[in-house]
Structure formats: C-alpha cells, structure tokens
Design a protein around this ligand. Structure first.
Ligand code: C2E
Ligand code: MG
Ligand code: MG
Ligand code: MG
Length: 295
C-alpha cells in the first residue's frame, strides 16, 4: 500500500510539473502575442541580412532579410516562434509591412552608398492572399527610386498549399510586375513537384536539413544531386541553404549548384556589418581576379 501511495505521489508530482511547464509555455505565447504590436511601435524589431553567393564566379549580389526581436523581458525570441504566433493571431501582415518598409529603406540607403544589392524578404501564407500586396510593393519601390528587381520574395510550399488558387493568382501578379519568387525550404513541404510545374517560380532553395551533412551522408548527397538536376532541368536557379563548410561549397560546385547561403560565408548581419562584409568580400574577389589575370 505504501508503494502504491508513493507511486501515486510521484505521478501527481509529474503531472503538476508537466502542467507547470505547459502553463509557462502558454504564458510565454500569450506574452508574445500581446507584445508584438508594441514591439513594432517601440522599435524592438530589427533586420539582419545574410549574403547569397554565386559559386560559379564567387560574387555576392543578393541577400536575404531576416527579422529579429529583442524582447525587454523574454530576451531574443527566434523568428520561427513568433512568426508562427503572429500568423495564428492575425498579426502577420503588420510584421510583413514592417519588414517590407524597413528593407526598402535599407536598400535605398545602400544604393546611396554605392552598394547595389538585391534583397529577398520572406512572406507568409496570409500575405499571399492579399491581392493588393504586389501593387503596394511596386509603388513602395518606385517611391524610393529603386528598380523592381531590387526586391524578391521567398515563400514556402506550405504557404501555397493553404489556399492554392488565391495564392497562385497573387504570385502571378508578382511575376507580372517583375518581382522574382523563390520557393523556400524545398523538400520539407508536402507537394514539391506538382507545384514546381504550376508556380511562376524563378528560384528554388534546398532546405538546410538536406545540406548540412552533405559531406558525410551519402543519402543527402543523392537527394541534393537529384534535386539540383530537377530544378536546373526546369530552368530555375538553385540555392543551397545552410552551408557551413568549404567542403560543402566544393561539393555543391561539383553538383552545379548556383548559389550558396550559409555560415560558411556569413551569419545574418546587421545592416552596417553587412555593408562591411560586402565591401570586403567584393574587394577580396577583385584582388583574386586581378591576380589571375597577372599570372
Ligand atoms: P528561412 O527563410 O528558411 O531562413 C533561413 C534560416 O536559416 C535563418 O534562420 C538563418 O539564420 C538560418 N541559417 C542560414 N545559414 C545557416 C547555417 O549555415 N547554419 C544554420 N544552422 N542556420 C543557418 P532564422 O533567421 O532563425 O529564421 C528562421 C525562419 O523564420 C526563416 O527560415 C523564415 O521562415 C522565418 N523568418 C525569418 N524572418 C522572417 C520574416 O521577416 N518574415 C517571415 N514571414 N518569416 C521570417
Ligand atoms: Mg527564407
Ligand atoms: Mg529556408
Ligand atoms: Mg524556414
């Protein structure tokens, strides 16, 4: 009887601990949802930029914008976490608007400094049901004297699946005005092939999960090799996400991958640090080219 009683105590303790964990998670989510609008008005959000490098000529002329949120109590909140909550609570268009405006402002600043760069922003499923968005973006770029090619968008297969008909119509509009579209996290969604045929896509980004062990895992190598052939066979440009080693670059170059994005070149950087990285990378590249011609 004693043992049974102890067992029951242990179980109730386990449940209590579990509930406490659940409560904490729930409270955290509530706080995040409550504080998102405040984060915007109080300047707690900022952007970081990660270079995308063309591995055929070792040049960087594009980057991806990623959002960061430093919460006054909770600290750094990963975008994967708060973007999902913003989507669920109907706050995502507020975030996307902020990202869009901040990105375009930065592009205009860089242009004034002689840094000509194309930047991709991530859009959510909900953004892609907004038929006004392509026109708004076109106007915003024009207002800042930026060419339409300065901005491109990244969307996941999952985002397209939500409401395929509407989303495809909006994507067609983006294509119509000259904004390039990338499929993000390729290989992790549900649909892949049918959508690649149907969507007005320019670029496909192979998900990091297939890339990260490419130098040691034969299965991943096989998957990436085949994906690259498929994507290039469709005349689309191919990006490998999350490359962390120079070995990875060598393998991807051999597989005829076009563009690499990953820590091997740089982590996502704040605008000023990105400009420094960009200038150094471009100069190092020019120096190498010069050396080649002298040889
Ligand atoms: P994503 O669009 O697939 O972005 C790539 C993620 O991989 C980024 O994580 C980036 O920091 C990370 N990454 C890049 N290279 C490496 C690498 O070599 N190693 C490792 N371990 N990671 C690498 P991050 O910034 O945490 O963003 C996560 C996701 O959150 C993004 O995935 C995107 O889905 C979402 N997200 C970020 N910013 C935004 C935004 O402004 N709007 C929307 N809607 N979603 C965003
Ligand atoms: Mg992305
Ligand atoms: Mg991705
Ligand atoms: Mg992702």
């Amino acid at each position: 009887a004693e043992i049974a009683l102890n067992q029951a105590r242990i179980e109730s303790l386990a449940i209590a601990t579990y509930l406490q964990g659940e409560d904490e998670r729930y409270l955290r989510e509530l706080m995040i949802i409550r504080d998102l609008p405040i984060a915007i008005s109080q300047g707690q959000l900022h952007l970081v930029f990660q270079p995308k490098v063309d591995i055929h000529n070792n040049r960087c002329n594009s980057a991806e914008t990623l959002i960061r949120w430093q919460h006054p109590q909770l600290g750094f909140i990963p975008p994967d976490e708060f973007i999902r909550l913003a989507e669920n609570s109907g706050n995502i268009s507020m975030i996307s608007d902020w990202v869009l405006n901040a990105t375009v402002k930065q592009l205009a600043l860089w242009k004034a400094q002689g840094i000509e760069l194309k930047v991709a922003i991530n859009l959510s499923a909900y953004d892609l049901t907004n038929a006004q968005l392509p026109g708004d973006i076109k106007q915003l770029l024009a207002d800042h004297d930026l060419p339409i090619e300065a901005l491109s968008i990244e969307v996941t297969e999952g985002a397209v699946m939500k409401d395929a008909q509407t989303v495809i119509a909006v994507l067609q509009q983006f294509k119509g005005i000259g904004i390039a579209i990338a499929i993000d996290d390729f290989g992790t969604g549900h649909s892949s092939l049918a959508y690649l045929k149907l969507l007005p896509v320019n670029e496909v980004k192979i998900d990091r999960s297939f890339i990260k062990d490419i130098h040691t895992d034969a299965t991943d190598l096989m998957i990436v090799d085949t994906s690259i052939r498929l994507i290039k066979g469709l005349n689309l440009s191919v990006v490998a996400e999350g490359v962390e080693s120079t070995e990875g670059i060598d393998i991807l170059r051999r597989l005829d991958c076009d563009i690499v994005q990953g820590y091997v070149y740089s982590k996502p950087l704040k605008a000023d640090d990105f400009a420094i990285w960009f200038n150094q990378f471009s100069q190092a590249n020019m120096a190498a080219k010069l050396e080649d011609t002298v040889k």
